[in-house]
Write a protein that binds this ligand. Structure first.
Ligand SMILES: [Mg+2]
Length: 345
């Protein structure tokens, strides 16, 4: 792990390249934005500022580790609000920790920048810091270089040993649930890309796209009784497909049960296409399976977290994922890009 921000401790070739392309004053400036991002934690013996961070994992806990990259032009528009980008880069990683039921603790950041823009960096670090403080995590190290804008974060969290929520735990007879609503971010992105002035994007949908709320508390609460879980980053079909594949089971999903916001419901009605809530991704809700008989307990958790948890289907023995429009009619996807796990009748 390279844990020094903008200091030249890299191999000579890269060091020379960095010094050549960014003045040392700029390195110091950038370092200022990130040297104390997030909260101070007792388990960080040494954070940003040396070759490595020194961290302590509590006794009896396992370390959950995840990493995600966001690339300009691939995962976000180059002119996106930098505060939202900083927020989201951390949020997608915390969402992966949430999917395992882990409690976020630390993260490292690798930042590739086309130039050193003070205002952009101030906003980017502010957005990232907001979420870091909100979830009690600390930035403990990182690296930077010059190049096309790319943000890579590795996040670490704690789990009681042996209690992680895995993709492989679903059983025949389990019920399939999802938190929140599906397709909001996908619809916001469609609206942004189509840029039709007569069709303004709802502010709430933009918030769902740019500032997704990682379901950390839900993941932690579900850890004790859900049989499997995943976060919906690539769309319900793809991500539930990962659970089915890892668990060696199939599922039936009832489209009329999907939790949808009014704009997504309207978009489905006008386009006659369910791919927005099923396949557009970026939802960062949790899809999980639950042994039958847990509905009352789940209701209590949903109420205490003020987060909806909706039953959308069942796990079955027959392999594949079937989406039902009604009792007798199977939905046929129009886009074959996400059909990898879709069952053909
Ligand atoms: Mg994930």
């Amino acid at each position: 792990m390279e844990c020094i921000f903008f200091r030249c401790t890299l191999p000579r070739k890269r060091e020379e390249w960095q010094v050549e392309s960014m003045a040392m004053g700029e390195f110091e400036l950038i370092r200022n934005f990130f040297s104390s991002l997030g909260i101070g934690r007792d388990d960080v013996t040494l954070g940003v500022g040396d070759d490595c961070a020194l961290l302590t994992v509590p006794q009896g806990k396992q370390l959950a580790v995840t990493m995600d990259s966001l690339v300009s032009g691939v995962h976000f528009q180059p002119d996106v609000d930098p505060a939202a980008l900083g927020y989201k880069a951390l949020a997608v990683n915390l969402s992966d920790l949430a999917a395992m039921g882990a409690e976020p603790a630390w993260f490292t950041l690798a930042l590739t920048l086309p130039e050193s823009d003070t205002q952009w960096l101030a906003e980017f670090s502010r957005g990232m810091g907001e979420l870091a403080v909100c979830h009690g995590v600390a930035l403990v190290g990182g690296d930077t270089t010059r190049g096309p804008l790319t943000i890579t974060i590795q996040a670490q969290g704690f789990l009681p040993a042996g209690q992680a929520l895995l993709r492989s735990g679903a059983h025949v007879g389990d019920l399939v649930y999802t938190t929140g609503t599906l397709g909001d971010a996908g619809l916001a992105l469609c609206d942004q890309l189509s840029k039709t002035p007569e069709k303004p994007t709802f502010p709430e949908l933009i918030r769902r796209l740019e500032r997704p709320e990682p379901r950390v508390a839900a993941g932690r609460a579900l850890r004790e009784f859900a049989s499997s879980a995943i976060d919906i980053s690539d769309g319900l079909l793809a991500d539930l497909g990962h659970i089915l594949e890892a668990s060696g089971v199939g599922a039936d999903i009832h489209l009329d049960a999907l939790p949808l916001s009014p704009p997504v419901r309207a978009a489905i009605k006008s386009a006659g296409d369910w791919s927005i809530p099923l396949a557009s991704g970026d939802d960062y809700e949790l899809c999980f399976t639950l042994p039958p008989g847990m509905a009352t307990r789940l209701d209590e958790i949903s109420k205490s977290l003020q987060l909806s948890m909706t039953r959308i289907g069942e796990i079955g023995l027959e392999p594949g994922l079937r989406c039902w429009l009604d009792r007798d009619t199977l939905w046929k996807p129009q886009d074959s890009g996400y059909l990898h796990f879709y069952a053909d009748d």
